[in-house]
Structures are given as structure tokens and as C-alpha cells.
Design a protein around this ligand. Structure first.
Ligand code: UD1
Length: 373
């Protein structure tokens, strides 16, 4: 008797949720057409606040997780160890056919290791991207995950090249596009202003959005304060809407005086955050995912990092790497105000069909008519 394949879809932290939504939708559509693929949704609990997790499930129509490992906060090693221990126990009690992980967070790496050690194959969505910066935990997560991945679903030709250079066989690489962009395109007409839009008298094209949460930018209050001053000076008094990540909130408390144009708000739900981005004059960020969304929406983006694992957002999109030196901000913002920012184009296969391509590949790989590996 053939047992239908069971795929574990892993999600743990905020940037995972928009990446799994289209895969689940495509899986449900395949089931409606008679596919025997089954899945169970596993939330590791790395992010647990409504604002970092629950709101995204509600807005993006993601079903409630089948299992929550409830790992909670901790150091990198503590979170990794707890996720591995709990996911391993789950697999020992009830094995799956494939562990599908997305992105580059701690949950991605921890579940990939636990599964592969039990000889359960791993599929990695957003595989092959590299910043080369080992000081970022995400880069370690990417490298470790890709070292033990069986099937690589990629967002770009650069990612394909990185994997080939690492010796990955061609037939294991699936250039499918970007699931985060599936979610953006599926929701672009549903974006909605946050409740503070009117209170703050925000005007389309006349405010900035700021997001910062990388340790290099926010963990030292003195450096962080200098960066915020440079942002405020460069943006010439226009409002700067700053949704504050929990990590960033801790350091902000230690800064005595904040620039008057900074509008601190809670982390925003998906539809509100992307409404702000779509209507901003520009976005200033140290996030990776946001640079993909600004590229697709054609909004100028200034990245306060020295490297990016998403080079197509710079070579093709609207993103520019400014670095972490506050002095670099003003010249870049002067170019923006002079109307000299590049227009950009949308990278190949960022077309809203990525979830369907992934599920079609999984059906070929996992169902009896398909190839076995
Ligand atoms: C994680 C990801 C990062 C991603 C970011 C998006 C890793 C290594 N990093 O970083 O790639 O861009 O999420 O948000 O996985 N906290 C809360 N509530 C929560 C979750 C966390 O208050 O729901 C607090 C934690 O206690 C901790 C801080 O936020 O103090 C950081 O959380 P953590 O999950 O460790 O990493 P992030 O910085 O969020």
C-alpha cells in the first residue's frame, strides 16, 4: 500500500509567514485537483506575539498550525537546541516524508538539521542566497541549511550559481521565483492604511518608512542614536514612520532624546506595513525581505547594511546599499530629493506563481508517478 507523502511545512518567525502562505494555498489547490500530497504546518514558536505572528496568520489566511513547538525567546544556541529537540521528538513519534523550510531564520536551520539526521529529506525555499557576512546569524543559517538540503527552490539566477559553485547537482536546483512576492501580489489590492494614518496626517509620497533590527545597527545605543539623527537630518523633517521591532525597542529605551520627525509605532500587520511602504517617498531599512517588496512596488529603498544576499534588488530593483556609516545617508537622500533615484525592474519569475511551481515540483518528486530520490 502506498502511504501518501506528508510534508512538514516549517514556520517560526515573522518573515517566514508570508513565504509559506502561497505554498499552503498551492498545496490546497493541488489536493482539490486530487493530489495525494498532504502537509502539516509546524510553528516553532520562535515568534509568538500577535504582532510578530498571529496577525500574519489572520491577514494572510494561513490555517492555524497543526503543531506549535512553543520554543519562545532565547540565545541563538538555546533556540536552535530547543527547536531541534522538540522537532526531533515529533518526528520520532510521527515521521514525515519531507521537511520543507523557508528563508534563513533559526527555525529554518534547526528543523533542517533535526530532519536530515533522521534521514528525512529537506527542501529549502529561498535556497542559495549569500551575503558573505558571517557576523549575521542568518548567513550561518543559510549555509548550514543548504549544506544538508536535498531540493533547492531558488529566487534568482545568482542563487542558482552560488549553489552550482558549492557543488550542488543541477537536478536538485529548481529556479521557481519568490514566494514572498506571490504574497505581495495576491494582497496588493487589499493593502490598508494603519489606524494612525489620519492622526499623523500622513500624505502619500511625503513620508519615509524606517525599519531597523540588525544587531550591528541597533544593539549599541550610542551608534543607534547617531544613525537615527542622520536619518532625521537626511529626510529633511518629513515624517519617518518607524515600526519598532521588539529587539530595537530595548535599545531605544536607552536613548534620551529622539528626533522629532520619528513616529514610533508598534510592529505593523502585513497589510498595513505594505500600505505604508507602497505610499512612502522611500524606505530606509536593514531588512532583506523589505528590499524585495520595495523592488516590486517600485519604491526607492536605502539599505543600511554593507552587503546583501539579494543582489538583484540592487542590480535590477530600486535598492541601494548605503552601509552602516551615518555619513553616507545624506548624499544618498540628496539624490532622492533631486529626483535622481533609479526606477528599477522586476526580477525574473517574481510573478505570483512561485507557490504553484514549488508544489508541482514536489508532486513530481514525492508522488509515485514522479521521480524518486
Ligand atoms: C528574527 C530572525 C531575522 C528576522 C527577524 C524578523 C533569526 C536568526 N533572525 O530575528 O532573520 O529578520 O526575526 O523579525 O532567526 N521577541 C518578542 N516577541 C516575539 C519574538 C521575539 O518580544 O514574538 C523578542 C525576543 O525576546 C528577543 C527579540 O525580540 O529579545 C529578538 O527576537 P529573535 O526571535 O531572537 O530574533 P529577531 O531579532 O526577531
Amino acid at each position: 500500500m502506498n502511504i501518501p507523502p506528508l510534508i512538514d511545512i516549517i514556520a517560526g518567525a515573522r518573515p517566514n509567514f508570508m513565504k509559506i502562505a502561497p505554498i499552503i494555498r498551492a498545496m490546497q489547490a493541488a489536493q482539490q485537483r486530487g493530489s495525494t500530497l498532504r502537509y502539516r504546518l509546524i510553528h516553532t514558536g520562535q515568534h509568538y506575539d500577535a504582532r510578530m505572528s498571529g496577525d500574519f496568520f489572520t491577514q494572510l489566511g494561513i490555517p492555524a498550525p497543526d503543531i506549535n513547538l512553543e520554543v519562545g525567546s532565547g540565545t541563538q544556541a538555546e533556540q536552535t537546541a530547543t527547536i531541534m529537540t522538540r522537532y526531533e521528538k515529533l518526528l520520532l513519534d510521527s515521521a514525515s516524508s519531507l521537511c520543507l523550510v523557508v528563508g534563513d531564520v533559526t527555525s529554518t536551520m534547526a528543523c533542517a538539521i533535526a530532519a536530515q539526521k533522521l534521514c528525512i529529506p529537506v527542501a529549502h525555499v529561498e535556497a542559495g542566497i549569500r551575503s558573505g557576512d558571517w557576523s549575521m546569524p542568518e548567513e550561518i543559517n543559510r549555509m548550514v541549511t543548504d549544506a544538508i538540503t536535498n531540493w533547492f527552490f531558488t529566487t534568482s539566477r545568482v542563487a542558482n550559481q552560488n549553489l552550482r559553485h558549492a557543488g550542488v547537482a543541477e537536478e536538485r536546483i529548481f529556479f521557481v521565483g519568490n514566494t514572498m512576492i506571490d504574497t505581495l501580489l495576491a494582497n496588493i489590492d487589499r493593502l490598508q492604511p494603519p489606524p494612525f494614518w489620519n492622526e499623523q496626517a500622513l500624505v502619500e509620497g511625503n513620508f519615509f518608512v524606517l525599519t531597523l533590527h540588525r544587531p550591528a545597527n541597533v544593539d549599541t545605543s550610542g551608534d543607534f542614536a547617531r544613525l537615527l539623527t542622520a536619518v532625521a537630518e537626511g529626510t529633511r523633517g518629513l515624517p519617518i514612520v518607524f515600526p519598532v521591532h521588539p529587539r530595537t525597542a530595548k535599545t531605544l529605551q536607552a536613548i534620551a532624546t529622539l528626533p522629532a520627525s520619528l513616529r514610533l509605532v508598534d510592529p505593523q500587520p502585513y497589510l498595513e506595513f505594505n500600505y505604508l511602504v507602497k505610499h512612502a517617498k522611500a524606505v530606509i531599512t536593514d531588512s532583506g525581505g523589505v528590499t524585495e517588496e520595495t523592488t516590486v512596488m517600485g519604491v526607492p529603498c536605502l539599505t543600511l547594511r554593507n552587503s546583501t544576499e539579494r543582489p538583484e534588488t540592487v542590480s535590477e530593483g530600486t535598492n541601494e546599499l548605503i552601509g552602516t556609516d551615518p555619513a553616507k545617508l545624506k548624499p544618498a537622500l540628496d539624490r532622492l530629493f533631486a529626483g535622481e533615484w533609479k526606477k528599477g525592474s522586476i526580477p525574473e519569475k517574481w510573478d505570483g506563481q512561485t507557490g504553484a511551481r514549488i508544489v508541482a515540483a514536489l508532486e513530481r518528486l514525492l508522488t509515485p508517478a514522479g521521480q524518486t530520490n
